[in-house]
Design a protein around this ligand. Structure first.
Ligand SMILES: NC(=O)c1ccc[n+]([C@@H]2O[C@H](COP(=O)([O-])OP(=O)(O)OC[C@H]3O[C@@H](n4cnc5c(N)ncnc54)[C@H](OP(=O)(O)O)[C@@H]3O)[C@@H](O)[C@H]2O)c1
Length: 255
């Protein structure tokens, strides 16, 4: 359930070791969310995230972890079963799984291409739908999907990841439309370059931001029940212009 300030009691973080997911969870713990379930592959890392979330909480909060590998068969079904077991109600779910890949190598390797598409799109879409259907039955809930500006206009430099994010973004926005009036909301978050372990090997791009800023913008957007948000705000303006550039010009833009 949500309190009068739209703070959820029970929170699911899919991609439980994600830096961005962790910061959103910490911000929710600080506001008073009391139960968390972190779903991911890396149990040690999630145990450390669980400590960070507990330490952020003003009162006592419970943080459980469950193994979730998006590449496993029926991972979406196991995820929902674990969430039903661990959380009394499923109030707020954050989807922060992501796999950046290495475009120039991956585009020569069909298996790797499939993995990037599957992890960033297909498996996430299935898990989101599973959670959305459950929340709809429940009559309330909010879903946060971490998309990316990479999906607003897919670029040559990362078109496998970008195309998967474009798919996830469109899927999630339309799911939000489908859920209108059901009590369940969807917020699609589109960060630019965020300094996290996913990008640790890359030099920071212009308008880069950090996971704390993404968390702050996410909570502001979900409080206002917005369907989407760019982080930082300015990257939305850049993406909006870039999206409409004629292809011949867009091809010459060096990113
Ligand atoms: N950092 C950026 O610049 C940026 C920009 C825009 C959007 N995003 C998106 O933000 C989200 C969070 O990314 P982040 O920056 O916080 O990076 P991160 O810390 O590397 O988080 C990515 C998460 O995805 C999980 N993951 C990858 N493959 C998985 C699989 N097969 N099964 C289950 N979990 C899997 C990782 O788990 P493991 O720890 O087990 O690998 C990790 O928890 C992602 O969706 C990413 O695409 C990031």
């Amino acid at each position: 359930m949500f309190d009068a300030f739209r703070t959820p009691d029970n929170v699911l973080v899919v991609g439980g070791s994600s830096d961005i997911g962790l910061e959103i969870a910490k911000a929710l713990a600080k506001r008073g969310s009391s139960n968390f379930l972190l779903a991911g592959r890396n149990i040690d890392q999630m145990a450390s995230c669980a400590n960070d979330i507990s330490s952020s909480s003003k009162s006592r909060c419970q943080v459980a972890v469950v193994h979730y590998d998006a590449s496993h068969e029926n991972s979406h079904g196991h995820l929902l079963a674990a969430a039903k077991d661990e959380l009394k109600t499923l109030d707020y779910a954050i989807f922060a799984v992501g796999l950046l890949g290495d475009q120039l190598n991956d585009e020569k390797d069909p298996a790797k291409t499939k993995e990037i598409l599957d992890i960033n799109f297909t498996t996430q879409a299935m898990a989101i739908l599973e959670v959305a259907n459950y929340m709809k039955e429940q009559g309330f809930g909010h879903i946060v999907v971490i998309s990316s500006v990479a999906g607003v206009r897919v670029r040559r430099s990362n078109f496998i990841y970008g195309a998967a994010k474009a798919g996830l973004d469109g899927f999630s926005m339309a799911l939000g439309d489908a859920l209108a009036g059901s009590g369940v909301g969807v917020t699609v978050v589109r960060p630019g370059f965020v300094k996290t372990k996913m990008t640790a090997h890359l030099s920071a791009a212009p308008l880069s931001t950090n996971a704390e800023a993404v968390a702050k913008a996410t909570l502001k957007a979900t409080d206002a029940e917005k369907s989407s948000v760019y982080v930082p705000f300015a990257i939305g303006i850049v993406a909006g212009i870039y999206r409409h550039l004629p292809r011949k010009i867009a091809r010459r833009v060096p990113f």
